[in-house]
Ligand binder design. Structure first.
Ligand code: NAD
Ligand code: TYD
Length: 339
């Protein structure tokens, strides 16, 4: 099986590649933005079936050149993924997340790709009421520019299925956590700050609820959807752990034996969604998937990973991981194969 993965150098895409390495031929097509880190793929890249192409999903020619004629599946992770960055500037989000998705669909159609798995987010459903659970057929009600771009992308995926008869699938995942997550999202930022006795910024009252799923569980679900999902369907993936941010941070501080005074209240994020919670009953019933890693175990494992990998964090923070590409691969044209 040949799988064309976009955004495979990021947090979730790299875990997907680590899980699939050895059982499929994988082409990782990635622009290597600030979020793309080849340090995440050191082991998986040794697999002879793996190759990397540096390129932009907005560049149809580059995608076409990189996608083999016999491509069985596209798994489309590539995106600008951080809400705060989308508030500062939304243009990159519209380009990569919306235009990039449409280009991926169009090239996949021309290449007659057998299956297109689009990775979306629970954030497209917007705020859930205190007892509400987001279901697959609920309306799209995005709050942030990031969520708006992901909701728009979903509509293009649906349109490709309906208009062109493409074999598409959509997954919507809740907040992922685990090793190799760039230290701008809440958990890796908080863990790496606390390990250096630096404060954790808590937005507003810290009572916003997120449903945490371990990245390993998420990628197991993605594989199940790719292999057994029904054509045209949307599947939710969650951890069943909706928790207020402040509670997550208290557990983290307790685990590391650090004082709660490290939590520092800062101005709230504009338009901040109060609660996300996904109902993933359909995924469990149809595909037999359910999360296996409890939040307590997953958080402990994640903390240990950041403790054991200070060099990874240091290279992320200093930007060294990017210099490394330049030294190793030199300046290459977009779309050129670099591995
Ligand atoms: P990430 O930010 O860690 O990685 C994104 C990857 O995409 C990087 O490797 C980056 O270099 C690449 N990329 C960005 N723009 C590109 C472009 N124009 N062309 C090619 N490659 C490009 O993201 P992540 O957290 O791994 O998320 C992956 C996907 O999952 C995204 O689509 C995101 O919306 C979705 N998602 C993430 C979460 C989460 O908690 N992280 C939750 C739900 C859904
Ligand atoms: P984040 O990791 O950015 O994911 P998302 O916004 O996609 O859910 O944020 C998770 C939650 O943590 C969200 O409610 C915002 C909050 N948050 C903070 O309180 N402080 C921070 O420094 C960050 C990055 C997030």
């Amino acid at each position: 099986m040949t799988i064309f993965v976009t955004g495979g150098a990021g947090f979730i895409g790299s875990e997907f590649i680590r899980q699939m390495a050895g059982s499929a031929r994988i082409i990782n097509f990635d622009k290597l933005t600030y979020a793309g880190n080849l340090d995440n793929l050191t082991e998986a890249a040794k697999d002879p079936g793996y190759s990397l192409v540096k390129g932009d999903v907005c560049d149809a020619g580059a995608v076409m050149a990189a996608m083999p004629e016999d491509c069985d599946a596209v798994v489309h992770f590539a995106a600008e993924s951080h809400v705060d960055r989308s508030i500062v500037g939304a243009e990159e989000f519209v380009l990569t997340n919306v235009l990039g998705t449409q280009i991926m669909l169009e090239v996949s159609r021309q290449r007659r790709v057998k299956r297109f798995l689009h990775i979306s987010t629970d954030e497209v459903g917007g705020d859930m009421p205190p007892d509400g659970w987001f279901k697959e057929d609920d309306p799209l009600q995005a709050s942030s520019p990031y969520a708006a771009s992901k909701a728009s992308a979903e509509l293009f995926v649906r349109a490709a299925a309906r208009t062109h008869g493409m074999n598409t699938l959509i997954t919507r995942t809740s907040n992922n956590y685990g090793p190799y997550q760039f230290p701008e999202k809440l958990l890796p930022l908080a863990i790496s700050n606390v390990l250096e006795d630096r404060p954790i910024p808590v937005y507003g009252d810290g009572m916003q609820v997120r449903d945490w799923v371990h990245v390993t569980d998420n990628c197991r679900a993605l594989r199940a959807v790719l292999e057994r999902g029904r054509v045209g369907e949307t599947y939710h993936i969650g951890g069943g752990n909706p928790l207020p941010n402040i509670e997550v941070l208290r557990t983290l501080l307790k685990t590391l034996g650090k004082p709660e005074s490290l939590m520092t209240r800062v101005t709230d994020r504009p338009g901040h969604d109060r609660r996300y919670a996904v109902d993933f009953t359909k995924t469990t019933q149809e595909l037999g998937w359910k999360p296996e890693i409890s939040f307590a175990d997953g958080l402990a494992q994640t903390i240990r990973w950041y403790q054991d990998n200070p060099e990874w964090v240091r290279r992320c923070r200093s930007g060294e991981y990017r210099k490394y590409y330049e030294q190793m691969y030199g300046a290459r044209e977009a779309g050129a194969s670099v591995l």
